[in-house]
Write a protein that binds this ligand. Structure first.
Ligand code: BGC
Length: 242
């Protein structure tokens, strides 16, 4: 079967396996054509070192019990261009120029689409109107931008210098939270939002990621905290005809 051919739906319609590769955990679930969950979300710790070999092996073991599925969507924590990974600041340097799409297609025997993790997350929450931005707070700081629902790929705000010689990610990423505690971290996230908002002027900012649950900020009405499971559910949208 040509991997690029359209999957043939079974009784329940097309089953999409959604995978989220994170710096701390690998997560997966299967959704139906409407994006409704068909399985529980499964999770395993990201292996160390998190090289392409160890992560792909861990993913194959993780998703085995979720079969069957017809196609696969992957959120990856770094720059992704045309199915190959270019950076992975919180995984390993060996992801440079790794053909992740091809590698998973060979092993899973299903068509695969790969996008930056924040980009996938946004597809699970945006309204598709005007400029919308997603910020994810996890091990790293993800950022995604959309115009009328169209994704602007690989906006890596995380690594832009922000304050005191630190980048945004160094300021509010997982390591900062662990070091300074929730109270100071909340203050920092407030500073980050106050900086980003008047520069990019998005209609909405959606704040997600594993650490968004620690936020205790009074946010303006256009800034919303989203459920982390959107990071997986957005995967269904990678298959919309574009
Ligand atoms: C990466 C981004 C990613 C974010 C969240 C950052 O370090 O550069 O591409 O979206 O972490 O995983």
């Amino acid at each position: 079967m040509a991997l690029t051919s359209k999957p043939r739906p079974g009784k329940e319609g097309v089953r999409t396996l959604c995978i989220d590769i994170g710096g701390t955990g690998l997560k997966a679930l299967v959704v139906d054509q409407r994006g409704e969950k068909l399985t529980e979300r499964v999770r395993v710790e990201t292996p160390k070192p998190a090289t392409p070999e160890t992560v792909v092996a861990a993913l194959l073991a993780l998703v085995k019990p979720l079969a069957p599925f017809d196609r696969v969507s992957v959120g990856f924590p770094g720059v992704v261009i045309g199915g190959s990974t270019h950076t992975a600041p919180n995984l390993d340097e060996s992801w440079k120029n790794f053909e992740l799409k091809e590698s998973l297609e060979q092993r899973l025997k299903r068509p695969v689409r790969v996008l930056n993790d924040a980009g996938v997350q946004g597809f699970g929450v945006i309204e598709g109107k005007g400029v919308e931005m997603v910020l994810t707070l996890g091990t790293g700081m993800g950022c995604a931008l959309y115009l009328d629902g169209k994704y602007v790929p690989n906006l890596e705000l995380a690594h832009h210098p922000f304050r005191d010689g630190r980048t945004y990610e160094e300021y509010v990423g997982g390591r900062a939270l662990a070091k300074i505690g929730k109270k100071k971290w909340n203050k920092r996230v407030g500073q980050v939002l106050a900086q980003i908002d008047p520069i990019w002027n998005p209609r909405r900012i959606y704040v997600g990621g594993g650490n968004a649950k620690h936020l205790r900020l009074d946010l303006p009405p256009h800034v919303r905290i989203t459920d982390n499971v959107a990071g997986l559910l957005g995967g269904i949208r990678l298959w919309d005809e574009r």
